[in-house]
Design a protein around this ligand. Structure first.
Ligand SMILES: Nc1ncnc2c1ncn2[C@@H]1O[C@H](COP(=O)(O)OP(=O)(O)OP(=O)(O)O)[C@@H](O)[C@H]1O
Ligand SMILES: O=P(O)(O)OC[C@H]1O[C@H](OP(=O)(O)OP(=O)(O)O)[C@H](O)[C@@H]1O
Ligand SMILES: [Mg+2]
Length: 281
């Protein structure tokens, strides 16, 4: 059976989503005008859709899997669940108003709030018993205050530069933290989905881990393996030097240089770092 996969067709998640799929060995479109693409060798079909609509297609079962933002999934109210965090498209969802105008969430009572995420904002306000008018805009919500359509906004913030440019500042707690996620319908997992999920997971692991090799005297081995225990345990092979062994272990890419210093300190030599191109854990 062909697995039907939804991919953002444009916007903040589109390029990174296609990159991860390409790294996982799938064909991806070469022209951003293509709406669908069949990868027969891998038994999958890709549908390039608005990230906001992807949760609906997957929730209704029209498509099997999708890549979208957690914020869009929650906003849609669709019957789909998050099955994997993909580590890109990270953002925070905040209330904001003219700098200095608001300090606390309670001050939103009776105010007009513009947002593209009415579902998320309504749920958040209802939970706190704050009665405000929520107006849905398609985008560029930062401008709505200047134009007199709203008193405050709720929007995606990454660097904060869009807010600053509009003379706005966030207030209150973060409404939610978002990133790109893999979504599916609950209970809809099957063999094809499992292969796809493992491939994507392989890319994430290959991106965040590196392979480390080193030689060490048997007497120092325990101290070294405490520093770098590996995922399942280090591979230890004999070395053509009496009393020494060769060790191979996967380590997190972040902090790998520091780890090399520490391993050197406990007697490791000929320490090598190699990129991992793909993996299945
Ligand atoms: N500047 C950003 N940095 C990181 N993630 C972002 C940024 N802007 C949006 N996102 C995330 O990307 C996802 C989709 O947003 P995007 O802006 O691509 O869609 P859109 O607003 O519907 O489309 P467009 O902006 O192209 O009209 C959301 O999950 C959002 O949190
Ligand atoms: O904190 P920043 O790094 O400035 O990023 C946040 C901005 O990026 C997104 O806008 P987008 O370009 O998607 O336009 P849109 O508002 O029309 O969706 C988002 O809606 C914010 O406006
Ligand atoms: Mg946008």
């Amino acid at each position: 059976m062909t697995l039907r996969i939804a991919v953002p067709n444009k916007g903040a998640l589109s390029q990174a989503a296609s990159d991860i799929l390409r790294e996982a060995g799938y064909r991806q479109r070469s022209d951003s005008k293509e709406l669908t693409l069949i990868d027969a060798d891998n038994g999958v079909e890709f549908f390039y859709l608005r990230p906001r609509d992807i949760a609906l297609y997957v929730g209704e079962g029209t498509l099997d899997v999708g890549i979208t933002g957690r914020d869009l999934l929650l906003d849609s109210g669709a019957q789909a669940i998050e099955t994997m965090q993909l580590g890109f498209g990270r953002s925070r969802f905040h209330f904001a108003g003219p700098a200095g105008r608001f300090e606390e969430l309670e001050e939103l009572a009776g105010q007009r709030i513009a947002t593209s995420y009415v579902g998320v904002v309504r749920a958040f306000l209802d939970q706190r018993g704050i009665d405000a008018t929520v107006t849905r805009l398609d985008g560029a919500v930062e401008t709505s205050i200047q134009l007199g359509v709203a008193d405050a906004i709720a929007d995606v913030v990454e660097t904060g530069s869009t807010l600053r440019a509009a003379g706005l500042a966030t207030f209150g707690e973060v409404i939610l933290e978002s990133e790109a996620v893999l979504i599916a319908r609950e209970g809809a997992e099957n063999a094809e989905f499992d292969i796809f999920r493992r491939r994507v997971e392989g890319v994430l692991v290959a991106r965040s881990y590196v392979m480390m090799d080193y030689d060490i005297e048997q007497a120092n081995l325990d101290r070294a393996t405490v520093l770098a225990p590996g995922l399942e345990g280090p591979t230890i092979s004999p070395l053509g030097k009496p009393g020494w062994v060769a060790v191979r272990v996967m380590v997190p890419r972040a902090g790998a240089q520091r780890l090399m210093d520490d391993l050197y300190g406990v007697g490791a030599r000929a320490i090598l770092l190699t990129d991992i191109h793909a993996c299945r854990l």
